[in-house]
Design a binder for this molecule. Structure first.
Ligand code: ATP
Ligand code: MG
Ligand code: MG
Ligand code: MG
Length: 473
């Protein structure tokens, strides 16, 4: 089944269960200034869950474009390293606003997976919130799953991804216990079931999160009951497509294979298995859709996230031997894959390509030189495993290397970067900027110098934005 057919099949299934099909909302959340990017299907319905917005329907379904590249939900570092993470992905979801609750939510999920998609039940296992006996009983007694396929997970199982079975919208907002469905890709792949020490491997891949929205958490941590118990679910389209197409990694599905081929052609390589091609194929999606939704590369906020991702993609192309511009040409291949489902992309593709081209050209000026400095620094390390903060800062300040880009190179070489040293160099820079601006102000008799005095540096290590993101786990 092609990804596009799968998307349609999901929406049609829930439509047949009286759900209103709702279009994907923008990656730039319209209703929440505290959120960097839309990172889950529920974002556009947040106020409906809280009872502050009333819609003419109580059941909805959507395929939501999501970006997880900053703040709490940052999968940027996982791209190229896991089989299942993207910076941009589509989240299929069904929602109940005070309509059905646990029983139906679980029943629909199971029916869609095992009857509509015909997934073999023996490959599926589920988790429930540790204390949620009700969900446990629904899975066991009503669905008929054996007890050893239902794993109870508490607030934090301490895994690398810090997942748990209590979903919370950051520190405040709608939240509640959840139940997740996992697919076993087979013994030949490293990894263990959720809750085990090897859970971060890619053998058991989480496909669907079914959240039972029950509370609104206040700033003081109090949990008030929502007006009505509700449901919010999210399933990664690419993850379920991989299963249906009989492949393990998301990057092996139809859509990604085509993007990877296009990327290989654009950078001039034959090795389709290169991790860098995966990174580039991932990044063209997030970058293009961010621009479609009005983000432009800049030095702060969302624009800086975009800039960082473009630069990262360009660096990976450079690593494969492409010294010229190439990234923007991939918009065409992306349009072929996704333009039908997202007419806004088709409409704006020339604009997207031209913004990317400009951004590529700008970085191209310093990339080679910066890489040379970085490679020299690495070769001088000897037995040291940490790239000095001053080098990281110099690359950042003079050559436009976002810190995560330098970190990406470090990781490829099994090295780390000295984040603390970088901070120190950055702070010294801020102090210099402050005193320079005071001096200029005095000398120019009160004429304000805007950007220098205002500039307080970026929260680059934390994903560049000081805003919180929604936590879906
Ligand atoms: P993981 O534990 O694998 O990082 P998650 O628990 O962070 O996933 P949720 O926040 O529960 O994911 O999101 C709901 C669903 O969205 C997941 O079950 C998965 O199918 C999909 N998903 C989440 N993050 C990504 C991503 N970075 N790329 C692709 N799909 C994703
Ligand atoms: Mg995650
Ligand atoms: Mg998880
Ligand atoms: Mg999850």
């Amino acid at each position: 089944m092609k990804s596009s057919e799968l998307r349609q099949s999901f929406l049609s299934y829930f439509e047949s269960k009286q759900h209103q099909i709702v279009d994907s909302s923008s990656l730039v959340p319209g209703n929440d200034p505290t959120l960097l990017f839309t990172n889950a299907g529920m974002v556009q319905f947040k106020d409906v869950f809280l009872g502050d917005d009333i819609r003419p329907y109580t059941r909805a379904t959507s395929s939501q474009r999501c970006v997880r590249a900053g703040g709490k939900h940052n999968d940027l570092e996982n791209v190229g390293y896991t089989a299942r993470h993207h910076t941009f992905f589509e989240m299929l979801g069904n929602f109940s606003f005070g309509d059905y609750f646990k029983r139906e939510a679980i029943g629909y999920a199971w029916e869609f997976l095992t009857v509509v998609l015909k997934l073999p039940t023996e490959k599926l296992l589920v988790t429930v919130y540790a204390e949620d006996d009700e969900a446990f009983d629904i899975w066991h007694k009503e669905i008929g799953l054996p007890k050893d396929k239902i794993i109870r997970i508490g607030d934090n199982k301490g895994g690398r991804y810090q997942s748990d079975n209590f979903w919370a919208m950051g520190d405040t907002g709608p939240c509640g216990p959840c139940s997740e469905v996992f697919y076993d890709h087979g013994e030949h792949i490293w990894g263990g079931p959720p809750g085990s020490p090897e859970e971060d491997g890619d053998r058991f891949i989480e496909i669907w999160n079914v959240v039972f929205m029950q509370f609104n958490r206040s700033a003081s941590g109090e949990m008030a009951a929502l007006p009505k118990p509700s449901v919010d679910t999210g399933m990664g389209l690419e993850r379920i497509a991989a299963i249906l197409q009989g492949v393990h990694s998301n990057y092996e599905i139809d859509l990604f294979q085509n993007l990877i081929s296009a990327a290989a052609k654009a950078v001039g390589t034959d090795d389709l298995t290169s991790q860098s091609l995966r990174v580039i194929a991932d990044h063209i999606r997030s970058c293009s859709f961010m621009i479609v939704d009005g983000v432009v590369p800049s030095n702060e906020g969302r624009g800086y996230v975009l800039r960082r991702i473009v630069r990262r993609a360009v660096r990976h192309g450079n690593k494969l031997g492409q010294n010229g511009v190439f990234f923007h040409t991939l918009v065409e291949a992306l349009d072929v894959e996704m333009g039908d489902a997202y007419p806004e992309l088709r409409k704006l593709k020339e604009r997207v390509a031209s913004i990317l081209l400009k951004e590529e050209e700008q970085f191209a000026k310093t990339l080679d030189q910066g890489m040379k400095i970085l490679e020299d620094a690495i070769s001088q390390l000897g037995d040291e495993k940490v790239i000095p903060g001053e080098t990281v800062f110099k690359l950042y300040d003079t050559y436009g290397f976002p810190v995560d880009l330098t970190n990406d190179v470090a990781r490829e070489n099994e090295l780390e970067i000295d984040e603390e040293g970088f901070e120190v160099a950055m702070e010294a820079q801020r102090t210099r900027a402050r005193s320079a601006s005071n001096f200029s102000m005095d000398m120019s008799g009160g004429v304000t110098i805007d950007s220098v005095t205002e500039f307080t540096g970026y929260d680059y290590l934390e994903g560049q934005c000081e805003v919180e993101t929604i936590l879906v786990d």
